[in-house]
Design a protein around this ligand. Sequence first.
Ligand SMILES: *Cc1c(COP(=O)(O)O)cnc(C)c1O
Length: 219
Amino acid sequence: MANDRLDAVKAQIAKAAKRYHPEGRAVTLIAVSKTFEPVDIEPVLEAGQIDFGENRVQEAKGKWPALKEKYPGTVLHLIGPLQTNKVKDAVALFDVIHSVDREKLARALKKEMDAQNRHLPVFIQVNIGAEEQKAGIPVDDTPAFVRLCRDEIGLDVKGLMCIPPAGEPAGTYFALLRQLGEQVGLGGLSMGMSADFPKAVEMGATHVRVGSAIFGSRH
Ligand SMILES: *Cc1c(COP(=O)(O)O)cnc(C)c1O
């Protein structure tokens, strides 16, 4: 069941963290509950899981306000693309935004955070494999974009996020994201999904986003 899978994922994270970062490195497990119903999510909340991820504002709005009320310590992460017309809802509902990838969005977020007095931590999404169809800021533009978001716009930028190209070993992309993070002085690295989260932890992930390995195949 979901909670056995949750325990197994946690054990794999702990093992990789201990093996590759014996000096100690905190890794936040984000349980990605997109497409799943409250009835599937509640057992995982009951098991004490704090961090959850959703990729659509509209879908999250339908199920999370009630769940958050029942489990007030929950931290909800937006891991999918964000349209500027959804920024108001996103800032009201989510606690961390992983998908900041353009100036217009960064400015809209800052304005809305000020209006709601909710200053959420954010990650900059990097198009690490330079894929045409993928969201994210190009690798070469990342340092300037981080400076813009952090120093000029004034967002609380915690780190970088990526989704490596499908069907390729992810390790080199994780290494590249870590190198970029070091270059711009950001400690947070949101990388690794069900197929590759132990590798991501090995390469220095601070946040892994794991869906199907916890909840099973998506509906
Ligand atoms: C769905 C999703 C995940 C989780 O994917 P799994 O392969 O089910 O672990 C992680 N990150 C993002 C951005 C996603 O959209």
